[in-house]
Write a protein that binds this ligand. Structure first.
Ligand SMILES: Cc1ncc(COP(=O)(O)O)c(C=O)c1O
Length: 373
């Protein structure tokens, strides 16, 4: 049996252990310390966000964003339906109502036309607007974020960017995650850089980040004893984990470069086949190509392809099942075009880790070709 080819395994840069060692030497085996400060500083420098808060996960970062924006108890939050559950579960944590919006064919991400249609209709009929919109930049590719931000601005809706998968992706030269009121990144084990688990909340608003920092450390007030005027969470990132993040940030640009190369290898080998289409890159944007994803021809079953690759010890994955189709969200209000359903039915994610070798891509390509014809 071949060595297993994973979808997106961790890929260390080399200096991670040095920073972990520093944490041991200073005895900051705690959810604070130099590594945490340095990792936050790297994210700010890289993304251009003015403020950053390192937390235990991307999901925690989204939860904090909702809390500090004052979104709670029956408020409505719009979100991409084509996303991962971590993007929208915090809406439920805050007892809010989700409203899902479908993807467009140009970006595979949230359709700005559908959003505008819904918000302008509400404005015209005096119906309440949502409090926030959570937009996901899926698989590392940018949503039409400038337009989405302008629509949110116009209708007074807070924009939260779920850039969990898209660290380093840019639109018009500006980093994904920095267009909205708040943005989040994830460093989960399979992301473009990883800390094993972790997340970052960013914003240009100092008050929001400092409130989120307070909530992430059990909302302890300033007093020698433990005093609390509101409740918070234990969401702060460990200084050990942040050491991994510091090392990973040093190689982020290399990782993006390699993921983009891998995408190009697949694209050049397969894009001519009738019925195949790869996730696009919208004009003016540069994705990080976290995962190479494509729609297969109609006569080819993605599940058959997945199982056949599995026989050769190669991991692939269906595209995300849209939120509106999840049993959890049965009956949730949504505005749908059907495109995310098509993506789920016909799409597949291919192995895309930055440590993947050209020969391995060639093996996957030839297996795919044999399965498609
Ligand atoms: C689109 C998206 N949103 C949110 C998350 C949640 O991040 P985390 O796993 O760090 O909580 C992830 C990844 O896991 C994701 O892919």
């Amino acid at each position: 049996m071949n060595n297993r080819i994973f979808l997106s395994p961790p890929h260390m840069g080399g200096n991670e252990l040095t920073y972990i060692q520093e944490a041991f030497e200073s005895n900051y085996i705690a959810p604070l310390g130099h590594n945490v400060d340095a990792f936050e500083a790297q994210i700010k420098a890289y993304t251009g966000a003015k403020y950053a808060l390192a937390v235990t996960s991307g999901t925690a970062a989204i939860h904090l964003a909702l809390r500090v924006l004052g979104i709670k108890d029956g408020d409505e939050v719009m979100a991409s339906t084509f996303t991962f559950i971590g993007s929208v579960a915090p809406i439920l944590y805050e007892r809010c109502t989700p409203f899902f919006i479908d993807s467009d064919t140009a970006s595979w991400n949230l359709d700005p036309n559908l959003l505008e249609e819904e918000l302008s209709h509400r404005a015209a009929t005096g119906k309440k607007q949502p409090k926030a919109l959570i937009v996901t930049h899926l698989y590392g590719q940018c949503a039409d974020i400038k337009r989405l931000a302008a629509i949110c601005d116009h209708y007074g809706v807070h924009l939260i960017e779920d850039a969990a998968e898209s660290l380093g992706a840019t639109y018009a030269g500006k980093q994904s995650g920095t267009f909205g009121k708040m943005g989040i990144y994830s460093f989960n084990g399979n992301k473009i850089i990883t800390t094993s688990g972790g997340g970052m909340l960013v914003s240009d608003d100092e008050t929001l980040i400092s409130h989120a920092r307070h909530l992430s450390t059990q909302a302890r007030d300033h007093a020698p004893h433990y005093e609390h005027t509101e409740y918070g969470y234990n969401y702060r990132m460990s200084n050990i984990i942040a050491g991994i993040g510091r090392g990973q940030m040093e190689v982020l640009d290399e990782r993006i470069k390699r993921r983009r190369e891998i995408f190009n290898l697949y694209y050049n080998a397969l894009s001519e086949i009738e019925g195949i289409s790869f996730m696009p890159e919208i004009e003016n944007s540069l994705g990080n190509r976290w995962l190479t994803t494509l729609i297969l021809p109609e006569h080819v079953s993605p599940e058959h392809v997945r199982l056949s690759l599995e026989e050769d010890n190669i991991e692939s994955r269906p595209l995300w099942k849209p939120m509106h189709a999840q049993p959890l969200f049965q009956g949730a209000p949504s505005l749908l075009s059907g495109f995310s359903d098509t993506l789920f039915q016909r799409g597949i994610c291919l192995p895309s880790g930055s440590s993947l070798r050209d020969e391995e891509v060639a093996t996957i390509v030839s297996l795919l070709k044999s399965l498609i014809h």
